[in-house]
Write a protein that binds this ligand. Structure first.
Ligand SMILES: [Zn+2]
Length: 505
């Protein structure tokens, strides 16, 4: 096991050596200090976490302890220990070093319920296109270019980008290429992020896409089963398999049924897209004329249930909402994507009132950023817009702490991980992030009070790319930012210059 970082460059809890004769040395800036790379360790910081049942816990000066196995053993208010303490050294009978991170804020690691690893190079491109045109022009050409060498270069960078944004768990799509999907899993294993990943299943074309260049549905299912056998449950459950039919437009009823069967047999997650865009809805009606509504297509395959995760779910009828809620299925709310592409506004408050299990998804690159803080901001604005355009529904979610809960504990609950991660509580695995609120200050020194809602509000509305100082999964520090292994070879954005409208079959 790696030794924890115990370099004595952090704040000291010691009294000055010559009281009355010398001022104590200023506390080093935690933003410049080394952080523990592996457990066990103890962190002194501001600590904020949602708790089960709706409560939030905030400690303006707290201590979070992580044991050698990467589990949180206690979260408590800071109490100055007796005696002299050197920086980074043990205090009391325990041996784990204390790292003083104040004024940084410890939060549970964020849970991104919906993202596409191969699509990172196109993030921020294609705004305003409708979903199916965007798929044909940008996304499917990009995914076709995602061969093994590309996956081996891009996937490690993608996982670093998620961690740099504060995300410690992703439910992710790879592509329809089994070997490239294998490379994505290998990158997740090496990086340390917690992830559910799946080979994208599609046995029908979208518009003019050349589906015949992709493996057949049977081959894709066999490859999914093989990937699931190799990766599902790897590293004590840190990696999981997600059976991943792209969406009803690109999947036959047989493929959907077989995909659900595979998830049931293996205990894997099952994820897809649902009711994202009006043109998509029309395509589903045309492809499945016997289905009463969009959800009924997945229902006929037996998909609904606690193992199922549906992304977007914007244009649902009251009946679809009720059936989803009764089934215990999860919803990945992707508000930044829903507005980047003109897909619509999901009525979040109504869904929560109906009892749906909702978390958040960045949906890169339908969404322009892997940051769930930016996703929260888009959702907040969308809720206000919906209320002003369609008054009468439940009031929008305006409490920043409620948004933080969606991005952490609720997201974990939507994929069956709420007993393991999503909050900072003794007994849970130490998936957490240290966030520096200072880059979010509108002018230097305009800091927030020790008010948790105001602190999180700044993180949401003044998100800074460098505010996340560290992310850990099971107490192991995740690599963030650019790779340290030298210059990165180009990973260009990719688009097709064919006019989808003219080439549609
Ligand atoms: Zn998506």
């Amino acid at each position: 096991m790696e030794r924890p970082d115990a370099e004595p460059r952090l704040a000291s809890e010691a009294a000055p050596r010559h009281p009355g004769t010398r001022r104590p040395a200023p506390r080093p800036d935690p933003a410049a200090a080394p952080l523990p790379s592996a457990p066990p360790f103890r962190l002194r910081a501001r600590i904020l976490t949602p708790l089960p049942g709706g409560a939030t816990r905030f400690l303006p000066d707290g201590l979070l302890e992580v044991d050698a196995a990467g589990r949180i053993t206690s979260v408590s208010p800071w109490q100055a220990p007796d005696g002299t303490v050197e920086p980074g050294q043990a205090v009391g009978p325990d041996t784990a070093p204390i790292h003083d991170l104040r004024p940084l804020l410890l939060l549970p690691g964020l849970v991104d319920l919906h993202t596409h690893v191969p699509q990172l190079p196109n993030a921020g491109i294609g705004a305003g296109l409708d979903l199916l045109t965007w798929l044909e022009r940008y996304t499917l050409p990009l995914e076709r270019s995602f061969d093994v060498p590309t996956a081996e270069r891009l996937a490690p960078l993608a996982f670093r980008a998620y961690a740099a944004a504060g995300t410690t768990t992703v439910a992710a799509y790879a592509t329809a290429d089994p070997a490239a999907t294998e490379a994505v899993f290998a990158a997740a294993e090496a990086h340390g992020i917690r992830a559910a990943i799946g080979l994208v299943l599609m046995d029908r074309g979208v518009g003019s896409t050349e589906i015949d260049r992709w493996p057949s549905g049977t081959e894709q299912l066999d490859a999914s089963a093989a990937l699931c056998a190799r990766w599902h449950g790897r590293d004590g459950g840190r990696l999981r398999y997600a059976v991943t039919p792209r969406f009803a437009v690109s999947c036959s009823a047989d493929l959907l049924r077989a995909s659900v069967r595979l998830a049931g047999e293996t205990g894997a997650l099952w994820q897809t897209h649902l009711s994202e865009d009006p043109r998509e809805l029309a395509e589903v009606r045309r492809a499945f004329p016997g289905a009463a509504d969009y959800l009924a297509v997945y229902e006929a395959a037996g998909a609904l249930g606690p193992r199922a995760l549906f992304a977007h779910a914007i244009h649902l009828s009251a009946g679809e909402v009720a059936r989803l809620a009764a089934s215990g299925s999860g919803i990945a709310h992707c508000p930044a994507s829903n507005l980047f592409l003109p897909s619509g506004v999901m009525p979040l408050a109504s869904y929560l009132a109906a009892g749906l299990k909702v978390g958040l998804g960045s949906d890169v690159s339908g969404g322009p950023s892997p940051s769930l803080f930016e996703t929260m901001r888009a959702g907040f604005y969308a809720g206000h817009a919906l209320q002003s355009l369609a008054p009468g529904g439940p009031p929008p979610i305006v409490d920043p702490l409620a948004w933080l809960r969606l991005a952490t504990l609720d997201g974990a609950g939507a994929i069956g991980l709420a007993d393991l991660v999503g909050s900072l509580e003794a007994g849970k695995e130490a998936d957490l992030v240290a966030v520096d609120p200072r880059p979010t200050e509108p002018v230097p020194g305009a800091s927030c009070r020790d008010d948790p809602a105001e602190l999180v509000s700044r993180l949401i509305f003044r998100t800074h790319p460098e505010m996340v100082r560290a992310a850990w999964v099971r107490g192991r520090l995740l690599p963030t930012g650019p790779s340290s292994r030298g210059p990165v070879s180009p990973l260009p954005a990719i688009r097709s210059d064919r006019d989808p409208a003219r080439s549609r079959r």
